[in-house]
Design a protein around this ligand. Structure first.
Ligand SMILES: Nc1ncnc2c1ncn2[C@@H]1O[C@H](COP(=O)(O)OP(=O)(O)O)[C@@H](O)[C@H]1O
Ligand SMILES: CC(=O)OP(=O)(O)O
Ligand SMILES: [Mg+2]
Length: 373
């Protein structure tokens, strides 16, 4: 037996799994939440990792440690052995993913110090999207500035989009290379990806994980001139605008809660702000479904994944209602079935197979780690 320990250090949490490569089962899983929040026992990521590593204890057959890293820029298109140089590059990319890369790096440093005798491998959220064509990743700004400052679309949640689109092909029993798929990763952060024959051809997040869908605390798409306007008219600084868009917007900004469960409960109770937030959330999802349907030249599969996508049938139904003219429809009984398994929720014979597929970023990371060590 050989195992890979996978660490997913988020902005306020550390998720971890010890995965047996032979069976692909998790021998140990855990989550440390609310790091650094008032009342939390854990002050920072270094302390959090110490707790995690104490739980891990001594493992004889540990092959390697895999780390989720959110931003890999254009330099990383696959799993990468972590060296001091790679750590420096991850650090340099922190500016482009301020909620994520610093936390990822703290996790890497703590784990490398505690487990110095095994290889540590970084698996980047951006890697899967490196197949996007230039017309998808280029912003129409002056070429020299874009080049100098690495301004382009990178895309995120790639490990999840890759895993889920491959699982979709397995559920359908068709070759991945023959499928046009849209994956909706709807968690706290959320993104949509168009996957053509197993390759990402477009995705809704941009240079940073701020662009695209409406998220828990992030605005998603916005006219960039809003920033200029708020700077001039309201005297808001660049830092204030950054905090507003990344941490105070999205569902939180529209309703006072960034948790979709609260928003839904409030909407059902008749709260008008919550109802509008759900409509904006849904409108943005449909915007991307339409765009990717056009880009893919048709659609074979549409897949829901992550916290909201996996667990909330009512919101799945709301997101897709009225898209029957595109061949996209949901079977209510299949959709309501309380199940943790990958499954089809469209009616038998529907032109587009709609699915719910639980993501497993940790397993995908372990597989990629095993592929290089
Ligand atoms: N039954 C549910 N209905 C609606 N939203 C849910 C449900 N269960 C979980 N969520 C949402 O899923 C989010 C977490 O999703 P997850 O994929 O774990 O995100 P992340 O990896 O970004 O932390 C939470 O913010 C919560 O709002
Ligand atoms: C990239 C990103 O948004 O990640 P998460 O959903 O884990 O915040
Ligand atoms: Mg996530």
């Amino acid at each position: 037996m050989s195992t890979v320990f996978v660490v997913n250090s988020g902005s306020s949490s550390i998720k971890y799994q010890l995965i047996d490569l032979d069976t692909e089962k998790a021998l140990m899983t855990g989550l440390i939440e609310r790091i650094g929040e008032p009342g939390s026992f854990i002050a920072d990521h270094a302390e959090g990792m110490a707790v995690v590593l104490a739980k891990l204890g001594d493992i004889d057959d540990l092959l390697a440690v895999g780390h989720r890293v959110v931003h890999g820029g254009s330099d990383f298109d696959g799993p990468t052995l972590i060296t001091a140089e790679v750590e420096r590059e991850i650090d340099a990319l922190s500016r482009l993913a301020p909620l994520h890369n610093p936390a990822n790096l703290l996790g890497i440093r703590a784990a490398r110090a505690a487990l110095p005798n095994v290889p540590h491998v970084a698996v980047f959220d951006t890697a899967f999207h490196q197949t996007m064509p230039p017309e998808s990743y280029t912003y129409a700004i002056p070429k020299a500035i874009a080049h100098e400052y690495k301004v382009r679309r990178y895309g995120f949640h790639g490990t999840s989009h890759k895993y889920v689109s491959e699982q979709a092909a397995i559920v359908l029993g068709k070759p991945l290379t023959s499928l046009r798929t849209i994956v909706l990763h709807l968690g706290n952060g959320a993104s949509a990806t168009a996957v053509d024959g197993g390759k990402s051809i477009d995705t809704s997040m941009g240079m940073t994980p701020l662009q695209g869908l409406v998220m828990g605390t992030r605005s998603g798409d916005i006219d960039p001139a809003v920033l200029v306007h708020l700077n001039r008219a309201a005297g808001m600084s660049i830092t204030e605008l950054d905090v507003m868009l990344n941490r105070e917007s999205g569902l939180l900004g529209l309703t006072g809660s960034g948790d979709m469960r609260d928003v839904q409960t409030a909407a059902i109770a008749g709260d008008e702000d919550a109802e509008l937030a759900l409509q904006v959330w849904r409108h943005r999802i449909r915007h991307y479904i339409g765009a990717y349907y056009a880009q893919l030249g048709g659609l074979d599969a549409l897949v829901f994944t992550a916290g909201v996508g996996e667990n909330n049938g009512l919101l799945r139904r709301r997101a897709l209602a009225g898209l029957e003219h595109l061949g996209i429809m949901i079977d209510n009984d299949r959709n309501e079935l309380a199940s943790k398994a990958a499954r089809v929720i469209s009616p038998v014979g529907a032109p587009v197979t709609v699915m719910v597929i639980p993501t497993n970023e940790e397993l995908e990371i372990a597989r990629q780690v095993a592929s290089i060590v």
